[in-house]
Design a protein around this ligand. Structure first.
Ligand code: PMP
Length: 447
């Protein structure tokens, strides 16, 4: 791809984005300076367009911005809205609960019902509720360390499990090190974490042999490093190694809940000691759940009975509030259904096949990966096998230009990488529009 041509393309698309949003630009100029760096959450600066969009309305898989531009939403809040924006059963539950209080640090009957549904949907675990998947992972790690008496979490190079301090490590020349770019990092993360390569059971076993690993924390598919699928036997191997060396296996399903009913664990019959899922589990209401297998719960109970009184370091005040339970119950019973997953699967298969055909048409050295409702195009040949290969596969300038160009053609995809989600309410014509937009962009880039 010619660099000058890419620069001209990127400039033209950035200008087109701005031209379509005069009201947004003026409104931001009048009202964003109260925020640190002009955004309410600093990641919002990382979107590739010249300035953020202000959203005025979101329904189904569509967004409208402040200038009245309408977009097909394939980002879906990076999974928080994977079932579509404000699914009817969830919106109804919110309206009803709003009449009965928002938070009181006590459970409700909906909480009891949600517990039953969690077990029915995800399996035999003893559940706890958190507000973010970050928190759920943090609390799961505390339990893992408590019951094993070991200090370290083993994560994979290129992983993401939220802003959990302990997981912010990477491999540098094959050695675990704190990630570059961490803000205000003072603790030595290598004292509490170790890093291995995904799909490399030998590197996992090398770490387990130290006797320091309390838990392996992993997604079943690496979805935050492009998209890296597990090799045949890798996840079974992890289970066996964890058991052999007395470490726990924590499966973080926060993104792979896109795989189908029960997440990747349900679809592929995995056997984690601790199960974590957040984001869309309550239809978009900030909620995460983490569950311990009964045997681990027993070990934790023994530990808990003996620890001195005082703060546990787990839980937050607004967690397990009645609004979360109302939404959790509605999502588990009426939204996370086999019918909805079938629609998502069919739509995502259509999208992946369409994108792959476009890639072939232009003979781009790229590929497409799909896990259920989650599709990713990768601007490099594949398949990728680990985080190191995934990091090398990114072409930031090309990807940023494509993201803005897709926006100008009415399609929003996730920032940071090239991820698209298909909800049960995403229409075929939206999928076909995205494929056509991708075709139009590649026809220009590869001209
Ligand atoms: N786990 C995984 C696999 C994730 O992808 C993310 C967020 N992208 C998280 C945990 C953290 O979720 P949250 O930002 O809602 O805490």
């Amino acid at each position: 791809m010619n660099r000058t041509h890419l620069d001209v393309f990127a400039r033209r698309e950035a200008d087109a984005y701005a031209l379509a949003r005069p009201l947004t630009q003026a409104r931001l100029e009048r009202g964003a300076s109260e925020y640190l760096d002009g955004v309410p959450m600093h990641w919002m600066k990382d979107w590739p367009m010249p300035f953020p969009m202000l959203v005025t309305k979101a329904t189904e898989a569509k967004l409208t911005d402040y200038d009245g531009n309408r977009l097909d939403d394939f980002c879906l809040g990076d999974t928080g809205s994977m079932f579509g924006h404000s699914p009817d059963p969830v919106a109804k539950a919110i309206r009803k609960q709003a009449e009965n209080g928002l938070t009181y640090m006590l459970p409700t009957t909906a909480a009891l019902e949600a517990g039953r549904l969690l077990t029915q949907r995800f399996g035999d675990f003893k559940w706890q509720i958190a507000t973010t998947a970050t928190d759920a992972n943090r609390f799961a790690l505390r339990v893992a360390r408590a019951v094993t008496g070991r200090p370290k979490v083993l994560v994979f190079n290129g992983c993401y499990h939220g802003t959990v301090d302990d997981t912010m490590v990477e491999l540098q020349n094959g050695i675990t090190a704190a990630r570059q770019g961490l803000v205000g990092q003072v603790a030595d993360l290598t004292a509490t974490a170790a890093c291995a390569e995904f799909n490399d059971l030998t590197s996992v076993e090398d770490q387990l042999k130290t006797g320091q690993i309390a838990a392996i924390l992993t997604e079943p598919v690496m979805t935050n490093s492009c998209m890296v699928l597990p090799d045949d036997g890798f996840l079974t191997g992890l289970r066996e190694l964890a058991t052999q060396y007395g470490a726990l296996l924590i499966i973080d399903e926060t993104h792979t809940i896109s795989s189908g009913l029960g997440g990747y664990t349900g679809v592929h019959g995995l056997d984690p000691d601790i199960f974590v899922v957040g984001k869309c589990v309550a239809g978009g209401m900030p909620t995460a759940v983490w569950g311990l297998r009964p045997a681990i719960a027993e070990r934790f109970k023994e530990y808990d009975a003996q620890r001195p009184a005082g703060h546990s370091g787990m839980g937050t005040t607004l967690s397990a509030n009645p609004m979360q339970f109302a939404c959790l119950r509605a999502t588990l019973s009426d939204v996370m259904t086999p019918e909805n997953y079938a629609l998502m699967e069919a739509g995502a298969a259509r999208l992946a096949a369409g994108l792959q055909l476009v890639i072939q048409k232009y003979e781009a050295p790229w590929h497409v990966v799909r896990v259920g409702a989650r599709v990713e195009f990768i601007c490099a040949p594949g398949p990728l096998r680990n985080g190191t290969e995934a990091a090398a596969a990114h072409v930031p300038l090309v990807e940023a230009a494509i993201h803005t160009a897709l926006l100008n053609r009415g399609c929003l995809i996730a920032p940071f990488h090239n991820m698209m989600l298909v909800s049960p309410v995403t229409k075929k014509k939206q999928i076909d529009r995205l494929i056509a937009a991708f075709d139009d962009i590649l026809s220009d880039l590869f001209a």
